[in-house]
Design a protein around this ligand. Structure first.
Ligand SMILES: C[S@@+](CC[C@H](N)C(=O)[O-])C[C@H]1O[C@@H](n2cnc3c(N)ncnc32)[C@H](O)[C@@H]1O
Length: 269
């Protein structure tokens, strides 16, 4: 099994405020379900890898005595640290660094990775997580769909805009060319099983959501491929084009979908 394709380390620079405002949070039903299936005691510790601005940490944090939240993008970590301070959340150790470099054996009840496992050196992380976890502890991979995943007409506009503007901004290299093939050849669950995990299951939750042009634009700016730094001088042109094309197919400016959230749960035997 190879280490897999490498992403650049600065891809989320300039996204923190958009990520925090425009990414839809993991639904309470999913988080409650995860707490139960992972047998969270309330007395354990959480390791949130690739934490971004804290979507998993703020969602699950109250169920743990201590959380380590790790992300390689310092801007995201600083944003989350400030948010925690303003919300009186004081049980999180915010760490700017690579997930692969965490060093704390037998320390965590849950290792959680939100929308990011494919970006990490999966084999290294899975093998390390076996050590980081207490016996019987769990690893959860959380995921959510993006607004261009689907066949609604406005979702096709989003997919097409993503494709065209990523090419125009010469940002296609921000996703390794062989990523899809690599993930198809070595699915996440295979990586976890090879490291010694038992798969508990995969669980899906849908929530209805209404987007506006502003929210969809903000979502685009939260991505690694159409962040404002990635778009560079194309930001204004991109924004006008997206608005025009979205309103052309849905003039009232309301874009409805059921967003799919899911998680895969694995247990350290
Ligand atoms: C799509 S965001 C996920 C944010 C959040 N966990 C969530 O659930 O929405 C991906 C994050 O992974 C981080 N990341 C990518 N590779 C990383 C690595 N090797 N170590 C730590 N963080 C990493 C990026 O900086 C980015 O903040």
């Amino acid at each position: 099994m190879s280490l897999g394709p490498e992403f650049r380390s600065d891809l989320y620079r300039g996204t923190a405020r958009f990520y925090d405002e425009f990414r839809v949070g993991y639904p309470r039903r999913l988080l409650d379900d995860l707490r139960v299936r992972a047998r969270i005691t309330g007395a354990g510790r959480l390791l949130d890898l690739a934490c971004g601005t804290g979507q998993v940490t703020f969602g699950l944090g109250s169920s743990f005595t201590e959380i380590w939240a790790v992300d390689q993008e310092p801007e995201a970590v600083e944003f989350a640290r400030a948010k925690a301070l303003s919300h009186g959340v004081d049980n999180v150790r915010w760490i700017a660094g690579r997930a692969e470099d965490v060093d704390a054996d037998g320390y965590f009840e849950l290792v959680a990775i939100g929308n990011a496992f494919h970006r990490l050196q999966r084999r290294v992380i899975a093998e390390s997580a076996m050590r980081w976890l207490v016996a019987g502890g769990h690893l959860a991979l959380l995921w959510s769909n993006s607004p261009w995943d689907g066949s609604l007409i406005w979702q096709r506009v989003m997919a097409d805009s993503l494709d065209r503007w990523t090419r125009k901004a010469v940002a296609t290299e921000r996703v390794p060319a062989n990523l899809d093939q690599h993930l198809a050849e070595e699915p996440h669950t295979n990586v976890l099983v090879s490291a010694g995990f038992t798969i508990v299951g995969a669980f899906e939750f849908e929530i209805p959501y209404e987007w506006s042009v502003e929210k969809l634009t903000g979502f685009m700016y939260s991505t690694s491929v159409l962040s404002q730094p990635a778009l560079g001088q194309n930001v204004q042109a991109f924004e006008s084009d997206l608005r025009e094309r979205l309103l052309a197919v849905q003039p009232e400016g309301v874009f409805r979908e059921d967003i799919s959230f899911s998680y895969t749960l694995a247990r350290r035997p």
